[in-house]
Structure formats: C-alpha cells, structure tokens
Design a protein. Sequence first.
Length: 724
Amino acid sequence: MNWSTAARAAVCGMAGLIIGCGGSSEGGGLTNPTVTGVSISGAPSLLTIGQTATLTASVTVTNGAAQTVTWSSSNNSVLSLAPSGNSAVINAVSPGTATVTATSTADASKTATAQVAVAGPAAVTRWALGTVSAVPGPRGTVAAMWGPSATNVYATTLEGDIARYDGTNWTIVQSGLGEITGIHGTSANDVWAVTFDGTIAHFNGTAWSSTSTSQKLNAVFAVSPTNAWAVGEQGTVLRFDGTNWTQVAQVPNPSLGLYGVWAASATDVFVAGGNGAVYRFNGTAWTTLTTNLTAGDTLFSISGSSASNVVATGKNGVAIHWNGTSFTKPSFPSNTTIWSVHSISPTEAYAVSNPSTANSPTLFRWDGTSWTGQTILNVPCFTIYSFGAGGVFGGCALGVTFVARGSTYTTLSITGAYSGVAFPTTTTGFIAGDLSTLVRTNGSTGFQTVARRDSGYYQTIWAESPTNVFLVGSLGIDRYNGTTTTSQVARAQLAGNVLNGIWGANGSNIWAVGDGGLIYRYDGTNWSPVSGVTTRRLYGVTGTSATNVFAVGENGVIFRYNGTTWASMTSGTNSFLTAGWAADANNVFVVGGDGTIVKFNGTSWAAMTSGTAQLLYSVWGTSATDVYAVGTRGTILHFNGASWSTMTSGTQADLYGIGGINGGPVLAVGAGGRVLIGSGGASPASFALRPVGRGPRFEALQGRLRSMLQAVDADTRMRRRAIR
C-alpha cells in the first residue's frame, strides 16, 4: 500500500505517534516504504535446449515496502518462463540469447536482469581426418626422386611421405618420417632415403628400416649395396660400408652446408654446397675444385654420367659443367634457382628451375652444347630424374609429380591445399583451393573434381545453389554453373591483386573483397568495382542481408555497408582480420591473427577470449551458440554461446577453411589436401584417402592465404638447407 503524505500525517497525528512515522520533506516526520534494489540468483550463463534452471529474485526494501516481483523474458521462443512468486523456472527452447528480467511490484523502476544463452546440440563433436587428392600421389612438397626404372620410381616429400610409382599409379609406402630431403639407390632392393632430422631409412625389397643420426642431412647417393654417401649441414659427409654409417673426414670448409652428392665410384665422390663449393674425395682426402663462383652461388644439386661429365646447379641460374679437368659455366636461360639436375650422358641432362616474376618454372635440357627450355611448368618444381627415352620425372610443390616424354607432358599426381567450403544444400557441397580446383562432395563419401583452370588458385567460395557457385582467388572471379567454370572478372582487371573473400545475401547481391581495398559487387548480371572505401588489404566479407555487410582486413579494419554506403567501424584490435561469419545482426564473429576473435552485438565490437595464439583463417557456425574457427597447426575452436574451447583435430596441418550447412555436413579443409569431416559423437574417427576424378591434367602456381597471401617462395619453402 502506498501512503500519501497527508494521510500519513493524519494517522500519525491521531495516534500521537512519533516513532515509526518518520519525517518528510513536507514536515510531519513521515518515512516512505522504499525499494532499494532487486537481484537475481541462480541464473546460468548457458543452457542447452531442453535444460531448465530455477531463478530467485531478492528485493531489498525499507519501511515495509512489498518484496515481490514480476518476471519476463526478452524472447520466449528462446527462453520461456514459469513464474512462481519470487522464483521462476526458465526453460531453454531454441538457440539464441534471451534476457530475463525481474521487476519490483512496488517500484517498477527497480529491476534485475540476467542474460542466458541457449545452445543447441553442437553440430560437431569429433572430426574424421583424411586427404583428398586431385590426382593421388605423394602429399606435400616433393623434394627428391629416384628409381631403377620408369615403372619403379620413388618420390619423397618434406612432409614425410615416401611414394612409389609403378608406371600407372602412386602408392604411399612410408609416411611420417619427417622432412625427407633425399632418396637414391642401386636397385629395387637397395633404396636409401635421408631426412633433415638425421634419419636414414633403407628399403631391402621387402621392408623399410631406419636409423637415427645427429646430423642434418640433405642428400644421399648409393654406389653399390656396400657403398653409399650422405651429405648435410656443417660440412657433414657420411659413408655406408655395407654395415654402418660413419663420418668421413671433413671437407675443407666444414662450416658450409652440403646439398648434393654424386659418385663415379667408391673412391671418386663429388659433393656440392654453399658458396659455390665443389669438393672431390679420392677415398682418402678431399680436394677443392675451382668453380669460379661467388659466395651467393649456392649449389643445390650435382649429377654426372662419368668422372669427366659432372653438372652442378644452384642459385642465380648457375649451371656448371666438369669435363674431367675443369669447370665451365655455360649460359643458362633463367637466372633463378636451379634446384635439381640429372645428367645421363655428355649430351643429355635435365634441370628444373625456380619461378620468378620474369621466368616461369621450366624444365630444361642440355644437349652437350647449350641449355634450352623444354616445358613450362606452372608450379615450382624441385627435383628431376631422367630415364632418357623412358621419360623425365619431376617433383614439385603441392604434391605435383609429372613425366615428360618428348613434347608430351603428363601430370601424375596433385595434392594441393583447400581453403574454401560451401554447402548450398544438405547433400551437395564444394571445396576449392590450390591449382584452381573445384571439388564437389556429398560431405562424407564422395569427392569429385568438377572444374579446374590451368593456373592460379581459389581463395574461397560462395554458393547459392549447386548450379550457381562463385569462386575468388588469384585469377579473379569465376562462376560454376553445375557443368563448367567461366571467368567473370579476369586477372588482368585486378592489376596483379588477389581477391580473398566472397559472400552473398542472395544471387543478386554478392560481394568480393581483396588486395588494395578491392571491393566488387554482383547484381545478378554484372560485377562492378566499388572505389573509395579503403586502400587496406581486405581478407574477408560476410553479412546478414543486402543492407548489412561487413568487410574485414589488415590492421583490424572493419567496414560496414548499410545498403547505400560503406563506413569504417572501430574493431578494437590492430591484428589483421581474415574472415567473418554472421549468425544474425547481433551476433557477427570475426577472426584473425594471434588468435584474435571479435564479436559484434549489433552496436559495437568486443574482443573475445579464444584461448589460442594461432593464426585463425576461417569461421563458420550453425547458430550464435554453435560457432567454429580454424587456423594454423590444426587448430579448431568451438564457441558454445558462453566461451571458446579447443577441439581435437587429429592433425598439425594448417587449416584454411571451414563450412557446412545447418542440419547437414560440416567440413574443415587445409594444407596437403587435408579434409576433416565433422560429426556428432564422442570417439575419434578417421576416413581413408579419397581420390577424386583425374580429368584433364593441370598445373598451377601455388599461392593462398597461408601466411597472409604469401606467394610461393621456393627459396624458403623448399627446405631449410636452401637458405643456409
């Protein structure tokens, strides 16, 4: 009951009371019953659908004010209420966030609130790890090749695979060995491989065995079953005598890295390495051969057909020839790094070179007089091995292997990285990435390459339907209509820039962003550039509608489009931001460098605690309480509406993309063709290698977001030895 001042004065005066009536501003000494505060206890920050909780309201008062409350929920479809006096049972109905309010019945200005997030069941609780190859073969950067015949060829990768080619297909025969830098043998029953970590592996025709050393090894060469040689960092030379590997007397300059070894016999061994050095061993002592090269002319490969025909190649287009007496330096058509050479006679040798802005990586042939380009290889290649008329085999980045026979070039394997995922329906999705590859999948058992181009890479993807798919990357913007891919914005229109992100509200409102502040908009018919927004590199774009679009990029920049103009927003971070995903207008998630995650609540951006310092490349979810982010070193994070936690991915490979569809498949993709299939459950899972259709052969220059849009830099990506 509320008393008026006059009534209270009358009652107190009639009773002659002083105590309990108090004063008032109008005199008479009266005191008002007052509500001083309301609080709620028992409120959880997160419930899952179907869970309940009991909330209790406490009201603090003076002078006998009522201590009761009324209850309300800001969204009964998310969180319903069953009030009972100063208690209320809340029930989680659907994913989202709702605010529960307790209001004093005595004073409606006194309230308490509690925000409760409701999470649906997580779409993914485990990940099945596998590899999807455009053409199955060795996975990763192919660093060395050798074989006793064209139908028995071995290739090794820096990611630890040893693969064998039987003339038709590749089979991975060993994996997980570390950074394998060299392979050589004398027969199908005598094969050696070495790693930068010091492991020496041997195949005896039946099984592989291995031994460990403390050396960092770069190459191996076998003369006979009882004589083999390995070289490495700090002037390391090891010799196998049929039983053991032992250190040979150091070369004249033991501080140099040695990267190539070839032997005419057990007592005539050539090694090559840093500063253009070539040393020759006669079984007892080393001799320094004069090469007339400079300190910058590191030699990475050496090969010969006899003691009077030896070729060594390396940086700066260096290709030198030993005639038995001295070295000469014939002109080479490229001034980039020549990673590998194989000489089979004085008039026939082959080499592969590194890419540059001026020269594509190319297969070269020596005819005894001069070097000429044979084939342009649009992917960096690092090793070569020739069987003459049987074919020239090469190994490259992205698991690419090839064989060249005359003018015929055939790609034997490809396992590039994937970075984009899109599921327009629950039964049809797409992944895209290196080598401009587009793979269609049902999300579980089927992966089929449906489109590709002969160069470039796809950065990411957006799909309205299985027949209306848009891809962006180094070549511009492509559209897939369910049958073929066509270019909609050509590379030439981008002035060398790369498009990094794409998102659409619908088929008539699609946005693409990229380097140099590039922004393109598609109206259902044409793509048009948007100028004047920023010169900052933009990495990602997302939104909730055609009038609520967000573009993110370097230095923490975020721009918002309201249907008319773009405006800069305050993100609260200086970290580069790579991608975004929006559950709704009040729940927009953006990820980036050093584990950065920021969230937009409809009004402002706020930092979230991710629990990781890894670079995050992509984010996606089914609702505001079921969000996933992926990044370097196999990082997968999950947000349940209250906090982020780390999931077990089962891989250390960098993950570049994640996507799916609510109620359907969820995929995470990344380096080395890694594809992770998400599913519910509690136990680990895996799936076997799933090859996709071979289709037309293709090769392309590697590149993608990896270290924020780094291009392939073979000098640093090839092997650690390369920069010593």
